[in-house]
Ligand binder design. Structure first.
Ligand SMILES: [Zn+2]
Length: 390
């Protein structure tokens, strides 16, 4: 008797637990900071080898500076805006510098796995790769695209277009950021703008020619107050000037000053409003003779829930319940690529990777049993999405 495809997928994944841990340990033990193109591409090469061993081709969009964009698919993929494919999203870069792996390689202790990027998000990549392989084997008609990018931790400047393009044909997007420490997934996220403000003044000896000088630091002081005044904590809009620099010497009127700041918001309308306000603050000089320029360094769009994404979340949470898990979707102030897919209208849920915590720190971990568990729930949700004909 032939097993139903979804049972075959689940059963095969069950048998892959050790193989999943082995692949995870190999990926974690490759340094792949966002600026380490060779490392990010080495992680891609290892994933490519895994996928090709399972009969899945990987296509490469080369990038000169950051990790290449890798894409694999199975099944009856359709393009051109028609919502049809399931999209599994993941990034291969980490926040850690070269050499981090030699200081603290992959290890397992008391049911948790540790190492640079183990939660954010090498475990998520392993999960995606095994789920794709399972469908290729047992339900090969299921249309699934897996995208593996290389610069998420620095704002996805070189991969956002590819992500959004893929999302335009997606009926469901699953971003493999780690599940919350509580076990919950993420159904809404803040967006972010990261900017630099450069101010020029005019240097003069502060004792001899004070009135000939123009102090850029004085102007920066006014601008910091004005920027922080844009914060509306109750609405979820915050502005934080986190770095400042400037000046030449204590007895010179400061010829230059700079600030780096970031803005968080809940909706993309708030983003437009606060952006306009920041432009106005930049243009308005309180200290006569100063000039200011604003440079947008990077940005993330907010993951704003929709009826369709809520429906996807409830399918996922229902699948989790079938595995005896009582979890829910939550909001986080952190940003991720899921904001880009949501912004083009693709039903998106995030934080569907294995459960972990302390991301971006040396204590980063995942709960090892959730590597298989989240793969099972993801596979089961994909089956529900396809069965519902969405
Ligand atoms: Zn991440």
């Amino acid at each position: 008797m032939q097993m139903h495809n979804s049972e075959a997928v689940a059963r095969w994944l069950d048998e892959q637990q050790d193989a999943m841990v082995r692949l995870l340990s190999e990926l974690v033990d490759i340094d792949s900071g966002s600026y380490d193109k060779a490392g990010v591409d080495a992680v891609g090469a290892r994933l490519t080898r895994f996928l090709s061993e399972h009969g899945i081709d990987v296509s490469v969009t080369p990038n000169a500076d950051f990790g290449d964009i890798l894409r694999a698919d199975v099944g009856d993929i359709r393009r051109s805006g028609h919502r049809h494919n399931v999209l599994l999203l993941g990034h291969r870069d980490t926040v850690f510098p070269k050499g981090e792996v030699s200081r603290r390689p992959f290890k397992i202790e008391n049911g948790r796995a540790y190492g640079p990027g183990v939660a954010d998000m090498k475990a998520g990549l392993v999960m995606n790769a095994f789920v794709l392989a399972a469908f290729k084997k047992f339900a090969p008609e299921t249309p699934i695209v897996m995208l593996m990018t290389g610069d998420e931790e620095i704002g996805s400047n070189s991969s956002r277009e590819a992500i959004m393009e893929e999302a335009r044909s997606a009926v469901a997007v699953f971003n493999a950021e780690p599940g919350r420490a509580s076990g919950n997934i993420v159904t809404s996220r803040k967006g972010m703008l990261y900017c630099r403000l450069d101010i020029t003044g005019k240097a003069a000896h502060s004792g001899v020619n004070f009135t000939e000088g123009v102090n850029a630091i004085a102007e920066l002081g006014h601008k910091i107050v004005a920027l922080h005044d844009l914060t509306r904590v109750e609405d979820g809009v915050t502005v934080n000037v986190g770095l400042v620099s400037g000046g030449q010497s204590v007895n010179t009127t400061a010829p230059h000053a700079s600030a780096e700041f970031e803005v968080r918001f809940v909706t993309n309308e708030q983003r437009d409003a606060v952006s306009a306000a920041i432009e106005a603050v930049t243009a308005q000089a309180t200290v006569p003779g100063t000039a200011s320029t604003l440079i947008g360094k990077s940005s993330f769009l907010a993951l704003v829930p929709t009826d369709e994404s809520e429906k996807l979340a409830s399918q996922y949470l229902g699948a989790a319940e079938d595995y005896g898990l009582s979890i829910r979707g939550e909001f986080t102030g952190g940003c991720a690529d899921s904001g880009f897919t949501a912004s083009v209208g693709a039903p998106t849920i995030c934080g569907v990777g294995p459960v972990g915590g302390k991301a971006h720190t040396t204590d980063e971990y995942i709960e090892l049993p959730t590597l298989l568990q989240r793969a099972q729930i993801l596979a089961s949700t994909i089956n529900k999405v396809v069965a519902a004909g969405r």
